[in-house]
Design a protein around this ligand. Structure first.
Ligand code: NAD
Length: 524
């Protein structure tokens, strides 16, 4: 369609080729299985992309290793300068790339552009980082000795990413990894190959201009097979996986079984809690955005809503009004707030959640099915009605404990904050959480030892829409502890960079004696 051609043309993605090469390791290639990029709004095929064959993956890994050997000796601030140029190149295509995210993933344009902005922001962060990735100097118990903790480049980073953030998650990883001196190889979601091709073209043009090997930022599109091969390869020193709990469980075990390093960012099942003193004029729109934004397909989407009994009727009637105002539309149209779900698989997840709620006798306050009679071509898209439901089963039932990656919000009423916090913490996942109150005593309880056990603990800020400055990630099933982690085991900001390096403790003896630690005597 002309709608699609305009978006693709602006990024120099050829629309005349029958098959696009989906592998980049310094050169573009691809002779593996063909994956279709399908527009979730109209159902049209945007492109056929040729993924990595096993031989191409093998070759790409070899070139990635060589690229690492090159990059590790480039001074970190010089690497930062390359990242600065990547930032500029991305910013120059912010609108165009944002539109492609909308076209291919289905999120609304403003969120698509926001996602590119997130990559730009993390580049800024990584540029600064390239001058301050510091170790420590530690006092030795032995005279004339010094102990250093030294970060060095780690090697090859494999990034496996999910469909819902087809640009930003790679950005978090690439920028920090490059600052740290690693080469990165990316296997994106098989349903968003065009976003990964467009990003790789932008990044590689900067590398080329600077005479840096393209395999510093390689791309291998493909499905489960390519993902599994990366996970199993000893050429990949660390895997950064962002995706579902079920796949993450397998990936985590497989990487650890070869003693690789693994960073997992998995599903969320995020709750918002609204206290009687909350400012509802802020809380209602925030819950609306949290549950409906990206059509409920953010890892941090609000899925559970716990309302204090005294404000519940008013809160729900205001929220229902906002839900009723929603109109599904083309996510490229700036006035659209509700785009489609990403794939027919996502539709199944939505339908499954609705069936499960109805079987459990839940009250459906909004939504509860697909839209009928949408005009063409939207009638070919994956549009669903965002749903609010009050399940009849207790708040500890399986229904509350599972992430349903669709716009379905479960509601329950509570009497005491303790009860709401217990419900917040009662699920296996622990990604994001949000409390709405103006009473600082509630804030203290929420962020303290008896408060939320999630990785993101917000106050008067919704569950979704994090900035890049703080470390991003969850606890419990959202980020199973890795025994090889340093720091929090997080992506993006904070001290996340400490994952992306190889740490060593170096004890240096400047003296003329060679004493043993702990006073051990071993004189022959
Ligand atoms: P997914 O788990 O199906 O796929 C993620 C990636 O893993 C894809 O690239 C996929 O091709 C690959 N993959 C699939 N099977 C594999 C295997 N056996 N070995 C190696 N790789 C394999 O996830 P999805 O459906 O694309 O994304 C949605 C999920 O991602 C949700 O659960 C969401 O909460 C989560 N998510 C989490 C975060 C976070 O930061 N915590 C961010 C975005 C999305």
């Amino acid at each position: 369609s002309s709608r699609a051609s305009a978006v693709l043309g602006a990024l120099d993605i050829p629309t005349t080729l029958t098959e696009l090469p989906g592998v980049y390791d310094g050169d573009w290639k691809g002779s593996g299985e063909v994956f279709q990029s399908i527009c979730p709004t109209t159902g049209e095929v945007l492109a056929n992309v040729k993924s990595a064959s096993p031989a191409e993956l093998h070759g790409a890994l070899e070139r990635t290793r060589e690229a690492y050997v090159y990059l590790r000796s480039v001074p970190a601030p010089r690497r930062g300068e390359i990242i600065r140029q990547i930032r500029e190149a991305l910013a120059a295509k912010r609108e165009e790339l944002g539109a492609l995210v909308s076209l291919e993933m289905g999120k609304i344009r403003s969120e698509g552009v926001g996602e590119v902005q997130e990559f730009v922001d993390i580049c800024d962060y990584a540029v600064g980082l390239s001058r301050i990735m510091n170790g420590r100097v530690i006092n030795s118990e032995r005279p004339g000795h010094t102990i250093l903790e030294v970060p060095n480049p780690l090697g090859v980073l494999g990034v496996l990413s999910a469909f819902n953030f087809p640009v930003a998650v790679y950005g978090w990883n690439l920028s920090i990894s490059m600052a740290a001196g690693n080469a990165t190889i990316w296997k994106p979601s098989p349903s968003t190959p065009l976003c990964s091709i467009a990003v790789t073209k932008i990044v590689s043009s900067v590398l080329e201009k600077n005479g840096i090997p393209g395999a510093v930022a390689g791309l291998v599109t493909g499905g489960k097979d390519v993902g599994e091969a990366l996970v199993q390869s000893r050429e990949v020193d660390m895997i950064s996986f962002t995706g579902s709990e079920n796949v993450g469980r397998v990936v985590g075990k497989n990487v650890q079984s070869r003693f690789g390093k693994v960073l997992l960012e998995l599903g969320g099942n995020n709750a918002a809690i609204v206290m009687p003193d909350a400012d509802l004029s802020l809380a209602v729109p925030a819950v609306f955005f949290g549950s409906v934004g990206t059509a409920g397909q953010r890892c941090t989407s609000t899925r559970r809503l716990y309302l204090h009994r005294s404000i519940a009727p008013e809160f729900l009637s205001r929220l229902q009004k906002l839900y009723a105002s929603l109109k599904p539309g083309d996510p490229l149209d700036p006035s659209t707030l509700l785009g489609p779900l990403h794939t027919p698989v996502a539709l199944d997840i939505y339908n499954g959640a609705i069936t499960e709620l109805k079987a459990a006798g839940a009250d459906i306050l909004a939504g509860g099915g697909r839209y009928d009679g949408l005009p063409s071509p939207l009638n070919q898209g994956n549009f669903v009605r965002p749903t609010i439901a009050i399940p009849k089963s207790g708040t500890s039932s399986a229904l509350w404990a599972t992430e349903r990656f669709a716009p379905v919000l479960y509601v329950a009423e509570f009497d005491e904050l303790e009860q709401a916090i217990a419900w917040n913490n009662a699920v296996p996942q622990g990604l994001s959480s949000s409390l709405w109150t103006r009473d600082m005593r509630n804030v203290g309880r929420w962020i303290g030892p008896t408060g939320s056990d999630a990785g993101i603990v917000n106050v008067n800020v919704g569950t979704s829409g994090a900035e890049i400055g703080a470390a991003f990630g969850g606890n419990k099933a959202s980020r199973p502890t890795s025994i090889f982690s340093t720091g929090w085991g997080r992506e993006s900001g904070g001290d996340a960079w400490k994952q992306y390096v190889r740490w060593s403790a170096c004890t240096i003896n400047f003296s003329d004696e060679a004493p043993l630690a702990q006073g051990v005597n071993f004189t022959p």
